[in-house]
Design a protein around this ligand. Sequence first.
Ligand code: AMP
Length: 417
Amino acid sequence: MQTIRGFRDILPEHITLWQKVEREAADLFESFGYREIRIPILEKTELFARSIGETTDIVEKEMYTFEDRKKDKLTLRPEATASICRAYIQHKLYASEPVQKFYLFGPMFRRERPQKGRYRQFYQIDAEVFGVESAYIDSELIFLLNELFKRLGLTGLSAHINSLGCPECRPAYQQALLDFLGERKETLCTDCKRRIEKNPLRVLDCKVETCREALKGAPTTVDHLCEACDDHFKTVRASLIRQGVDFKVDHALVRGLDYYTRTAWEIQTTSLGAQSAVAGGGRYDRLVEELGGPATPAIGFAIGFDRLVEVMDQLGTKGEEKALDLFIVPLGNAAMDLSYHWSCDLNREGVRTDTDFRGKSMKALMKRANKLNARYVLIAGENELKENKAILRNMDTKEQTDIPVDSLVTDLVNIFK
Ligand code: AMP
């Protein structure tokens, strides 16, 4: 049996980098007042169709959707924002405290064509803030990404930001764009011809060369912002500059989801080939209301965890494998019984201890101790036990000491304190 296409195992030898990222991210987010949230992987299909947008690639082509035995239409979550909004509304979190800051780690599912940096089950690190309209929170989120990547030692990343305007200014922009595209319609790809009808902004980020060519000189959202959106975007830029966060304004950045308003951004890398986005985010001030909650400004980002780890791998970043303090080598049945109890007692006292219950030879068990990177080995041989002692061997210095069985746990706890 094999994993299904686009799904993969992340084995223990690779997990230390994932854990390092999780620790750094949780530390950083919590220090800014974000709290972890865990939500279901399965939701009603309607939640994603309504929030992400019926005409987006995700909803049109990529969701894992099925009917359960009661004919309910369910979907494996393709992203986390919609579900977090649902939780915010369902539990009336706005009533206790309108400002809520969340973070989340977890798997998402999209049926895209698998390639390097693109999987059908992939992981995201999300952060979302509800109830803050101010542009400073946009800057805070971009700052957090920048700071996290810095702490993880990542280089070669660039932040692209744009403003998509709001329902006040977007219609005029959309019209200007349609006028521009109308004259060039014939040179656009078939997807874009369809997008013009349904969702013209999406044409801006088409990757097809002829479309990119046709879009040269296209009107920009930033030139069509209303005064409030313009002020908002100015504050975002100024506060990023003041905190030393590098970015560039990218007029082609529209992001693939319908719900974004005002600030949208992506963090890109050149080291992953075609899959250049390591993180993306944006403001979605109307989504909570559209999903049945009170009008609530909101904003968030998602980091592609798999891609982040791949970039770190390329940079040679290592996770931390916590070594064992002690590996007990039991020789004979009586020794095995003692070893089991010593191992429980020592671990209970905080000494990281493992042993082996297969009755293998000294040579085989020393090999295993080496593989496990144990700092010390305790040899419980039959002859030694007859003399009521075991031998403690320092694996670095090869120095050996006798430890009396009667006070073994206390003696070892003292040694490892
Ligand atoms: P999105 O919600 O599409 O902006 O996704 C946010 C981030 O998740 C992207 O910037 C990617 O780093 C990552 N991501 C999205 N789709 C995939 C995928 N199929 N495989 C791996 N990472 C992905």
